[in-house]
Design a protein around this ligand. Structure first.
Ligand code: G3P
Length: 214
């Protein structure tokens, strides 16, 4: 499973990249707003750090506006992937951008039928938001399972990005289901590394090592 980092923070991206685990980055307007600097500037800097796909979201809601923004965003760097919302206009934009050879990540997916349409439109990535489904008492991971089954049934090439990941169990479930990608906040990446028994084990080895004759 590929690991993307879900952030627009340069500090977090740098640290995650230094681990050698990061295959791509996803951003959204909320994440970019936290960084308090112009989006284009930020995306340019992210592109100097990461060679994998970097998702950048359009703000327009109409297809013409989405296409215009997408064409500008792709000028920032070769690896920019255009994030479009899962609406009628979004689906139309995915189709047009696919014809222009511009990669898309269709975001805010909350149903398997929506994901089916993204694949049919020629989308490169779909982002089901599992944490937000859990928030409203639905089992987010069931959506990933269903999309995976549908994509397998028809050999669709669209990759599933498990998004709105909130904890290590989400990552584990994504990997068990065989999702293509999980986009993970930095804090959860750190949680994946940590285990209390690892820390206790290190401590014990260090203490025992003092008893080794010199
Ligand atoms: O990848 C989508 C993500 O940024 C949304 O996460 O936690 O705001 O639902 P969250």
């Amino acid at each position: 499973m590929k690991i993307f980092i879900d952030t627009a923070s340069i500090k977090e991206i740098k640290e995650a990249v230094s681990l050698g685990l990061i295959d791509g980055v996803t951003t959204n307007p909320s994440l970019i707003a936290k960084e308090n600097r112009p989006a284009e500037d930020l995306l340019k800097e992210i592109a100097t750090l990461v060679t994998g796909p970097i998702s950048a979201e359009v703000l327009s809601l109409d297809v013409e506006g989405m296409l215009k923004e997408a064409r500008l965003l792709t000028k920032i760097a070769k690896n920019i992937v255009i994030k479009v919302p899962l609406t009628k206009d979004g689906i139309k934009a995915v189709r047009c951008l696919a014809q222009e050879g511009i990669k898309t990540n269709t975001t805010l997916c909350f149903s398997a039928n929506q994901a089916l349409l993204v694949a049919k439109a020629g989308g490169n990535y779909v982002s089901p938001f599992i944490g937000r489904l859990d928030d409203i008492s639905q089992v987010g991971m069931d959506l990933i399972r269903n999309i995976k089954t549908i994509y397998n049934n028809y050999s669709f090439k669209t990759e599933i990005i498990v998004a709105s990941v909130r904890n290590p169990v989400h990552v584990l479930d994504a990997a068990l289901i065989g999702a293509d990608i999980a986009t993970i906040p930095f804090t959860v990446i750190e949680q994946l590394i940590k285990h209390p028994l690892t820390d206790i084990g290190i401590q014990r080895f260090l203490e025992d090592s003092k008893k080794i004759p010199k």
